[in-house]
Design a binder for this molecule. Structure first.
Ligand SMILES: [Zn+2]
Length: 444
């Protein structure tokens, strides 16, 4: 099975792509102006921020980036498109021939380009007596379109792909969080020779359903000795089936022409000024490579919190990675709301370090971490003072041990055994041995 995706994401800019109208939600037809309503004589001007974000995405996706880009008019007539053309990029997308790593596999990215959203049509009333309302608030909202090669092999993988892409783009450029539900996707799917396009599916769950249905439909046709017809289909969310849309437009039918009002843009300087952040999944891959931790652990860390991952990396400078994993995914993430305060990290590092070096045991380390987090602990437990008192009390009560020790240092073992037993594992043996020796030496 081969699946290719064409996804549209709204870019997180404050104003529209070609006019200063706000992108924030508002009453219908509130955020509009002569440019996004396509009035005669109005002229678009490009939102540089949108271009910058688009270039960042193209670069993140490892695309070849055009040095000069321009926009085109895609001509069609529909009430949601007041200019009768949509400004998009046709001949010069921002990026081509990129890739995205999905769970160790490289998924090809054919193109990344910018375009404006049309308006929205809302129909009310009974079937046959509907009234259509048009809201132009969305007209001119900046979108990035990302087109993949048909490298995905199942509906589940297609969903996972978008899911992971959204995680990355959110961290990279602040893409809106609700995109899993609102992302609009056109998908190509073929199980045999001929491919079918399923257009305008909204949300990841619907995408997976639409692709499952369509794959099943194609398999059945082939099994029955029939041909799969190359066509465009729509997904009916109510009935959860795809239906033929009987559309015959090809890209050539749109009669693309260059947009004369915007001119050309050079990407060189903008690209050089880009400062791309390390995205969560890229960071997870680096953690696996640098610290040898399991991939599932690395993903758990980066998806929990980038600052928790910062602390993990800090701990890795002092203790073996598996100890850093145990503490960060255990008691530290469990009390993250208080422990995320960077001011107490040095102390946290010291505790984990003392544990790793055997100066204290795991129980004591956990107790100290919880204390640092301000967690009240039921069980009275040992502190270093307790240990020191436990030992000195025993030596006071058994002066003969001290006398033996002067002749044979192995006599200290009696005190060590007693202290280990009494402290019930609250202290590491190394810690007990050191404290006993210190006190015996002082008194001997
Ligand atoms: Zn406007």
């Amino acid at each position: 099975m081969k699946i290719g995706l064409e996804m549209h994401f709204q870019l997180p800019t404050r104003s529209k792509l070609f006019c200063p109208c706000p992108t924030a939600p508002a009453e219908p037809n509130h955020n509009i102006c002569p440019v996004c309503l396509g009035y005669p004589g109005s002229r678009p001007s490009l939102n540089r921020k949108a271009l910058e974000i688009g270039l960042g995405i193209a670069q993140f996706l490892d695309c070849r980036i055009e040095e000069r880009v321009w926009f085109s008019r895609k001509t069609y007539f529909y009430p949601d498109l007041p200019k009768n053309f949509q400004i998009t990029q046709y001949e010069t997308p921002l990026g081509t021939d990129g890739r995205f790593e999905l769970n160790g596999r490289s998924i090809g990215i054919w193109r990344v380009h910018l375009e404006e959203d049309p308006g929205r049509i809302r129909r009310v009333g009974r079937p046959g007596e509907e009234i259509a309302f048009v809201d132009y608030n969305r007209s001119g909202i900046p979108l990035v379109e990302i087109v993949t090669a048909p490298d995905l092999t199942s509906p589940e993988e297609a969903r996972t792909f978008i899911d992971q892409l959204v995680i990355e783009l959110r961290a990279l450029c602040g893409l809106e969080a609700q995109d899993e539900q609102t992302v609009r996707v056109d998908a190509n799917i073929s199980v045999g020779e001929e491919r079918v396009e399923v257009k305008n599916v909204q949300g990841l769950r619907n995408l997976e359903r639409a692709l499952r249905f369509e794959a099943g439909r194609q398999y059945k046709l082939i099994a029955a000795g029939k041909r799969v017809v190359r066509e465009t289909r729509r997904f009916d969310e109510e009935r959860k089936v795809t239906t033929s849309a009987r559309e015959k437009e090809t890209e050539e039918d749109y009669g693309y022409i260059g947009e004369p009002d915007l001119g050309e843009f050079r990407t060189g300087n903008m690209l050089r000024a880009l400062d791309l952040k390390e995205t969560p999944l890229a960071r997870a891959r680096r953690l696996v490579a640098s610290y040898g931790i399991a991939e599932v652990t690395a993903k758990q860390l980066v998806l929990t919190s980038s600052r928790l991952t910062d602390l993990f990396e800090e701990l890795c400078h002092h203790v073996p990675a598996e100890r850093a994993v145990a503490w960060t995914t255990g008691p530290i993430s469990g009390n993250w709301s208080t422990l995320q305060d960077q001011a107490i990290w040095p102390e946290l590092v010291q505790i984990v370090k003392a544990d790793a070096e055997g100066h204290i045991n795991d129980i004591e380390a956990k107790r100290r971490i919880l204390a640092l987090a301000g967690v009240r602990q039921e069980e009275a437990s040992g502190t270093e003072d307790d240990l020191s008192k436990l030992i000195s009390d025993y030596i006071d009560a058994h002066p003969e041990v001290l006398a033996d020790y002067r002749r044979n240092p192995k006599a200290a073992n009696t005190v060590i055994g007693h202290a280990m037993k009494e402290s019930r594992g609250r202290h590491s043996s190394k810690e007990v041995v050191e404290e006993v020796k210190r006190q015996m030496e002082r008194r001997a």
